[in-house]
Design a protein around this ligand. Structure first.
Ligand code: 1GP
Length: 244
């Protein structure tokens, strides 16, 4: 991820929530992702109630080579079959459980999993309506027009050693994160910047990358119309390469 950023390459991550996709839709999403050169498959969700995470990831690994990264809503969403774990600390909130508490409890288990651990400063930005992540986290999101708070939070996360900064308006957000916020945050950090939540068309994905996003995550819009993978991927990968 860091190397891709250094080369100015923009990446596309398709989010698969095991609760929201059946096998037919999963096969369709994976097949279209392979054809469209999707960079990553993120698997997880704020609230996964089913118990077929392992099965879902094993199936993906059998049918494609796209790296699978866990995007867990809780420590129970860990599968050793994935390639890596986004080790999220919710630095935008003040809920100690999501900052460090759950990490302490699950540390031996996570270590034993053998997964590549990618420490990630996770920032929830207000998406215009309560989302599952904002409810479950029991923490206030960063207001969507408070760019300074987002900048300072991202900088602090990076200085604490986080390898990625992920700004998320929440799945199905009414309002995606503004390009103005993305641009200002991107200018202040060197870590790759992941942007997701409420991105519903290729143009928005393109504009987010132009503003400074390094990785775009889309889930909801693809669950509704998997055909969108192709145009979104083409738009993201068409952003001119710029090296810092
Ligand atoms: C949510 O960032 C992801 O955590 C993706 O959001 O489902 O709205 O695309 P969407």
């Amino acid at each position: 991820m860091v190397t891709k950023k250094q080369k100015g390459h923009k990446s596309f991550a398709v989010l698969v929530d095991p609760d929201k996709v059946n096998k037919i839709l999963l096969d369709e999403i994976v097949s279209l992702s392979v054809q469209a050169n999707v960079d990553y498959l993120f698997v997880g969700g704020s609230l996964v109630v089913s118990n077929h995470l392992d099965e879902c990831i094993q199936h993906i690994k059998q049918i494609c080579y796209i790296p699978v990264l866990l995007f867990p809503g809780s420590p129970s969403q860990i599968s050793r079959h994935a390639d890596a774990l986004l080790y999220l600390s919710m630095i935008s909130g003040r809920n100690p459980e999501l900052l460090i508490g759950q990490h302490v409890v699950s540390a031996p288990f996570v270590k034993q999993s053998g997964l590549e651990i990618i420490s990630t400063g996770y920032m929830v930005i207000d998406g215009g309506a309560p989302t599952t992540v904002s409810y479950i986290s029991n923490a206030l999101p960063i207001p969507s027009d408070k760019n300074e708070i987002a900048i300072c939070t991202a900088m602090a996360g990076e200085m604490l050693g986080m390898k990625l900064i992920y700004m998320d308006a929440g799945s199905g957000a009414k309002r995606a994160i503004t390009e103005s916020m993305i641009e200002k945050v991107a200018k202040c950090i060197e870590a790759p910047l992941v942007i997701g939540g409420g991105i519903t068309d290729a143009e928005k994905a393109y504009l987010n990358c132009k503003a400074g996003a390094d990785i775009i995550v889309v889930g909801n819009a693809i669950e509704k119309n998997a055909g969108m993978i192709k145009e979104m991927s083409a738009a993201i990968h068409s952003v001119p390469v710029t090296t810092a």
